[in-house]
Design a protein around this ligand. Structure first.
Ligand code: AMP
Length: 292
């Protein structure tokens, strides 16, 4: 290792590219299957489930924590995004993580940095339309992480449906030798998808935020009851959101699971997707609806 690395009760905290790569290559030399869980920290039970799946499928697990400035727009919450390294480290230790990779902004974007990766087409839909540049920031940092932490498998959440679609596309198109694993969305008992941004919600907004998962359930119920009027279902989702205090939808619609295009008729498998502002907090959610 190029320099002394701090440990937190046996869990290695690594900040440089060289140390991260060296830790992974050493594990690989010992025959370990290595799993990577990329995160922005403020870890919650959604991240937990990714880490647990990685633990089950791999011998050596790296969690990266990097609040990536390149994926935040100028008026977004980069500066106030929750940063809870100590709690995150405790959680990772409890889950048997081997290494936490916590690079500085300088390490990820040194002076002169000029390259980015963009997945054409898929990037422009849905979130891409509301967050210009967001996915270029995501795919660029994720490819960097794959190169810094040369794992066998990387774990992502279905919660960010478009993100995992783009990453799978990028890995296939660029022949990146890594297995992309997607884990189901973890929800609160009342249905709210866990998100690091939920901490921004006031108690009133927290109640209103349920409208997102409810709009997805509403779409699923109507489809299961045999409703085939996609436009009417879309409108019902929007009506539910618009009639909830504090909630302003950006979109609520049904899309093709692979192309992410809005569908005009019911397919055997669809994804209901929603994005809305709840007060000042922008939340997203989705539900895969199959066997239709
Ligand atoms: P983030 O820290 O928000 O960038 O998320 C890191 C990873 O955790 C991403 O792959 C997310 O899709 C995943 N994730 C976030 N929230 C959830 C959730 N509620 N359930 C499952 N995975 C999640």
């Amino acid at each position: 290792m190029s320099q002394e690395m701090p440990t937190f009760l046996g869990l290695l905290l690594v900040g440089t590219v060289e140390n991260a790569r060296e830790a992974v290559l050493a594990a690989k030399r010992n025959g370990a299957r290595v799993g990577l869980v990329p995160t922005m920290g403020a870890l919650h039970a959604g991240h937990h489930s990714l880490i647990r799946t990685a633990r089950k499928e791999c011998d050596f697990v790296v969690v990266s924590i990097f609040v990536n400035p390149a994926q935040f727009g100028p008026n977004e919450d980069y500066t106030r995004y929750p940063r809870t390294l100590e709690g995150d480290m405790a959680m990772c230790r409890g889950e048997g993580v081997n290494v936490v990779y916590f690079p500085s902004e300088e390490t990820m974007y040194p002076p002169g940095f000029a390259t980015s990766v963009e997945v054409a087409g898929l990037t422009n839909a849905l979130e891409g339309a509301y967050r210009p540049g967001h996915f270029r920031g995501v795919t660029t940092v994720v490819l960097k992480l794959f190169n810094i932490v040369p794992a066998h498998a990387a774990y992502f959440g279905q919660k960010d449906y478009q993100q995992q679609t783009l990453i799978r596309r990028m890995v296939e198109d660029l022949n990146v030798p890594i297995d992309i694993r997607v884990c189901p969305t973890v929800r609160e008992p009342d249905g709210l998808a866990l998100s690091s941004r939920n901490v921004y919600l006031s108690p009133d907004e927290r109640r209103s935020a349920l409208a997102l998962s409810r709009s997805l359930k509403l779409a699923e119920e109507r489809l299961r009851y045999g409703d085939r009027d996609v436009a009417a279902i879309r409108q019902a989702m929007l009506d539910l959101l618009n009639s909830t205090p504090h909630v302003k939808p950006d979109y609520a619609t049904l899309i093709h699971p692979d192309t992410l295009e809005e569908v005009s008729q019911v397919l055997p498998k669809l994804v209901a997707v929603v994005a809305a502002r709840v007060g000042a907090t922008r939340l997203i959610d989705n539900l895969i609806i199959s066997d239709l």
